[in-house]
Design a binder for this molecule. Structure first.
Ligand code: KG4
Ligand code: ZN
Length: 339
């Protein structure tokens, strides 16, 4: 393959409640991105209903890929490879994307590249920051994951720390529910917290045996219990203050541990990724603490933080360039490991 040839990857993401297709050139340039969110539908049930998610992905995939190709002004013949999220995620949801990508790759005789969802989130930073290259440390915080990852090279990672129980996004969504904020509560709780006093309520600081590990389950339970106690005693919860105090507790834990992990690992740069990276306080605090400690700070814009296929196209490109291919035996791996 000539070195200066543009490699265009069609990427598919269907691990949870967004169906997405994108075309990405050389891992960094987004030619198109189409996304169908199912959030309104799942909101009726207060959370993701896996069976509904799978059905919606099946319906959405064909039109989304058409849309992505049209938007990129490309024909199928101009696509060099198909990248797809194979895990982790909901097994049924993952299967729809994996099956679609396998059928497409087989019919078109195109290389098939499997992508790990977390690697996708990390790679959103490559799209947002064309000059960013490994090594760096990345905090990945989403609805399903909270990890501190050392990015040694493209496709080469070391786990520095992780949540011992709930993911940060999950904690945001559960506490939001107590405040009667509809699913997914994270973004709305964040908005509400902007108007609140984060010193109004005191919540316990969880201790973890690992220096860079997180724990959100104890905090979440303490927050929920405090809300119930206030209500039982006939008191009223000042929602904005409550949201702000909770958000402060989560963000302090995420930022303190990530910065410490980055410094101890000898990193000069820190990045953030995943849905929770959209959090306003997290973005402000990470930037402030990174600057204070002489670390370069990288964060994707909000639309690249939440699930999308652009990030899969970026990660897929680097796997493709290393010659990594999947065959038709590729299966969805709901607990796929990156480390
Ligand atoms: O990365 P993502 O779209 O999906 C997963 O891979 O899980 O992350 C979704 C999670 C949800 O829990 C959502 O509430 C949370 O990210 N989230 C936020 C914000 N925006 C999204 N949490 C806190 N503040 C936000 N602004
Ligand atoms: Zn995600």
């Amino acid at each position: 393959m000539p070195e200066n040839q543009a490699i265009r990857i069609l990427a598919i993401e269907s691990s949870c409640d967004e169906t997405a297709a994108a075309v990405v050139e050389n891992g960094r340039k987004v030619l198109s991105s189409a996304i169908a969110s199912q959030i309104d539908l799942h909101a009726l049930y207060g959370g993701v209903v896996p069976e509904i998610a799978s059905r919606m992905h099946v319906e959405a995939l064909d039109p989304l890929v058409d849309q992505a190709l049209r938007q990129a002004n490309l024909s199928i013949e101009e696509i060099d490879a198909v990248a797809v999220t194979y895990g982790p995620g909901l097994v049924g949801a993952l299967l729809t994307g994996v099956s679609w990508a396998k059928a497409f790759a087989y019919a078109r005789q195109l290389p098939l590249v499997p992508v790990h969802h977390i690697e996708g989130h990390v790679s959103a930073n490559y799209i947002a920051h064309p000059d960013l290259e490994p090594p760096f440390v990345c905090l990945v915080a989403s609805g399903g994951h909270s990890q501190i990852v050392q990015v040694l090279d493209y496709g080469e990672y070391r786990l520095l720390g992780q949540t011992l129980d709930d993911a940060a996004g999950e904690a945001f969504d559960k506490v939001a529910r107590v405040l009667a904020i509809p699913y997914p509560g994270g973004p709305l709780l964040d908005e509400l917290a902007e108007q609140g006093d984060d010193r109004a309520y005191t919540f316990p600081k969880p201790h973890t045996p690992g220096k860079y590990d997180f724990s959100f389950s104890g905090l979440k339970t303490a927050v929920i219990n405090q809300a119930h106690t206030i209500r039982r005693q006939g008191g009223e919860i000042r929602a904005a203050d409550f949201a702000a105090s909770f958000r402060r507790a989560v963000v302090d834990m995420l930022v303190t541990k990530s910065i410490a992990a980055a410094l101890d690992a000898g990193a000069t740069r820190i990045a953030v990724a995943g849905g929770v990276a959209a959090n306003r306080l997290l973005r402000r605090e990470l930037l402030r603490c990174a600057q204070q400690n002489g670390l370069g700070c990288f964060m994707p814009p909000v639309h690249l933080c939440t699930d999308n296929a652009m990030m899969i196209g970026s990660a897929g490109y680097y796997r493709f360039m290393r010659g990594e291919r999947a065959d038709l035996a590729l299966n969805a791996q709901p607990n796929a490991k990156l480390f």
